[in-house]
Write a protein that binds this ligand. Structure first.
Ligand code: SF4
Length: 619
């Protein structure tokens, strides 16, 4: 088999019957792969009007044309209708999944229907097996992984990827995640609940096929050049050394790190949870996604006083900037071991660490203000108190009682019932860890994935004190498209410095995908429009986005939030994405219209790399 082809090979599995169908789908030159492939497959197999948990709704895992061929093409895109907001959503994860999926012979796996009993699906190049695993009901993520590996028979460990959900996914929590190979996740917007609704506890993908690499000198030469760029230069070193937690201290210094439900943006307790502290005291090892020579995944040692099951037991806990923010500073925790202990609990129940941390931060402030009490939470909650948070996290994962069931639907759902919308730290979904200023608040609230990874707004805020609405919105639109191009391939966003557009075109050409190489820019614009169109057609309306009052009270290095600037950014960005969505609905392919122009924004130079973070870019 050839590694690259002009169309995508897709495996569709009907979970009701356990039968699969392989099909050729789409053209690489038009939909590119990854994000473009997942959205095209959702358009083909999804029901835009039906609810997220309708059995016929697909959940899609897609890789790109460069997967398996180049370094750091290590990510997989999950496309689904979100239980959090009912809209088409995407989440991205690394681990071994991308390479295993490609080496199982497919670019995408589409799961439709609903399994009769709680099941585990195993897919390889010549096999599909749907097994009854009702005995795994209620098991946590780690126990599930251990048991599946024990009973497995699913190929050698290096060539298989295991996805699984915890109790939160089974219980339909709107921000339940899918754990991928223990240390990576499809974290945000609830893909874990979608698997749960399909009665799927786990999916194992076995990469048991072979591919011939391209002939000629062009491919190995380019491979070496990219490999040298990511290993022999400083481009990626920061991700390996301290990793993204290196950003905690600088963001705290410039008053951009959320503390205690964003009641503050800086605190002197930072020393206990910086990247440096974790590296000195708790870092056990670094590891990597398959196909990545960088290894940014930091694993900390959780010592025995927290591992109550056995005197000599220790646990290995993955940490990064976002998880330390959400379950550390946002909860007023200033002891690194406490943060790892809470992360470990969150991993077990299978919740997204960011949303779960922000949810408990809101609950703590709501309790302080007397809106809720122990009758709702079952335990006392106080900023900095690990024991209360451990108990609350178990309840949140289990959906125990009305309060936790509502909180598991999202902070705003709980605030509707109990009050406290003003201090709900929600920007489209529970906020990421950047209180950097107006552009970030607008970008996450309105952005396609409501993610800090949609674009580099946090970096723009750190570089731009001036209020240039048109320039800022043009940056959002163009930076999103630049990132989206890489997310179609599907590369790790940390590697975007190593993969400028020309390098991606060379890479595609070296695999014989000349049309995709020549059409890359135009196709990426088409995918951007199509994705926005899909989000709007599944219910998104930027006019209904609200940015809670708490964000107006925040003080950063620039001072307090300017409500007028925030409003202008929100209006102009809403108009820009509406134009993209309208174009996507109209023309089926890239029209070539520059989106900024359509919304009255004067065209200007791409600014994707202009905003190198004052704090040392945190992503
Ligand atoms: S840099 Fe980190 S997240 Fe990116 S592919 Fe490598 S190990 Fe995975």
């Amino acid at each position: 088999m050839r590694l690259a082809s002009e169309t995508f090979r897709v495996l569709r599995v009907d979970l009701a019957t356990g039968r699969g169908t392989a099909l050729e789908f789409g053209a690489v030159g038009e939909i590119l792969g990854g994000s473009g492939l997942a959205s095209a497959l959702f358009e083909r197999f999804g029901d835009l009007a039906a609810p997220w948990n309708a059995p016929e709704q697909p959940i899609i895992f897609a890789v790109g044309p460069l997967t398996g061929a180049f370094p750091l093409m290590s990510k997989c895109v999950c496309g689904f209708k979100s239980p959090y907001n009912g809209q088409y959503a995407e989440s991205h994860a690394g681990g071994r999944l991308a390479l295993c999926l490609r080496f199982s012979g497919y670019h995408a796996l589409v799961l439709t229907g609903q399994a009769r009993v709680l099941s585990s699906l195993t897919v390889g190049s010549r096999s599909i097996e749907l097994a009854d695993v009702h005995w795994l009901r209620g098991q946590d993520v780690f126990a599930t992984g251990k048991l599946l590996r024990r009973v497995g028979g699913a190929g050698s460990s290096g060539h298989r990827s295991i996805l699984r959900i915890g109790p939160a996914g089974e219980n339909g929590a709107a921000y339940a995640c899918i754990n991928v190979d223990t240390y990576r996740h499809f974290g945000r917007l609830g893909s874990g609940a979608v698997l749960g609704a399909k009665n799927v506890k786990a999916v194992t993908v076995v990469g048991d096929a072979d591919f011939a690499l391209p002939e000629g000198r062009e491919y190995p030469k380019l491979f070496k050049r990219v490999f040298d760029t990511v290993t022999a230069t400083d481009k990626m070193r920061k991700y390996h050394d301290l990793g993204t937690p290196a950003n905690l201290a600088p963001l705290n210094r410039i008053k951009s790190l959320p503390w205690r439900n964003l009641q503050a943006t800086s605190d002197e307790g930072i020393d206990g949870v910086t990247g440096e502290t974790l590296a000195e005291q708790l870092l056990l090892r670094q590891t990597a996604c398959a196909g990545c020579p960088v290894g940014c995944i930091h694993i900390g040692l959780l010592r025995q006083q927290f591992a109550k099951d056995h005197e000599y037991l220790y646990r290995q806990v993955n940490y990064d900037y976002e998880s330390i923010y959400a379950q550390g500073t946002m909860l007023g925790m200033t002891n690194a071991s406490d943060v790892l202990a809470l992360l470990d609990e969150t991993e077990k129940v299978g919740l997204d660490v960011m949303s779960a941390g922000v949810a408990l931060a809101w609950a703590t402030e709501a309790m302080q203000r007397g809106l809720i009490g122990e009758a709702e939470t079952g335990v006392p909650l106080a900023f900095g108190d690990l024991n209360g948070y451990l108990a609350a996290m178990r309840r949140l994962g289990a959906g125990a009682g009305e309060f936790y069931r509502l909180l598991g639907k999202g902070v705003l759902r709980a605030a509707e019932a109990y009050g406290g919308e003003d201090f709900a730290c929600v920007l489209g979904q529970e906020m990421a860890g950047y209180a950097t200023g107006e552009l970030f608040y607008v970008a996450q609230s309105h952005g396609f994935r409501h993610s800090h990874l949609d674009c580099g707004a946090y970096a723009w805020d750190q570089e731009h004190a001036e209020h240039d609405v048109e320039g800022a919105v043009r940056f959002l639109v163009e930076d999103e498209r630049a990132r989206l191009t890489l997310c179609c391939m599907v590369g790790c966003l940390f590697a975007r410095g190593a993969y400028p557009q020309e390098t991606l075109q060379e890479a595609l050409a070296s695999l014989g995908l000349r049309e995709a190489a020549d059409n890359l820019e135009r196709a990426a614009l088409g995918v951007q429009k199509k994705r926005w169109s899909l989000k709007f057609r599944t219910g998104y309306d930027p006019a209904r986005v609200r940015i809670p009052k708490r964000f107006l009270e925040v003080t950063t290095w620039k001072g307090t939030t300017d409500p007028e600037y925030l409003r202008s950014l929100s209006e102009v960005y809403s108009a820009a994405i509406r134009d993209l969505a309208d174009d996507g609905a109209d023309d089926g392919a890239a029209s070539g219209t520059a989106p900024g122009m359509a919304s009255g924004i004067a065209p200007g130079p791409a600014n994707g790399d202009a905003a190198q973070g004052r704090a040392g870019r945190a992503d």
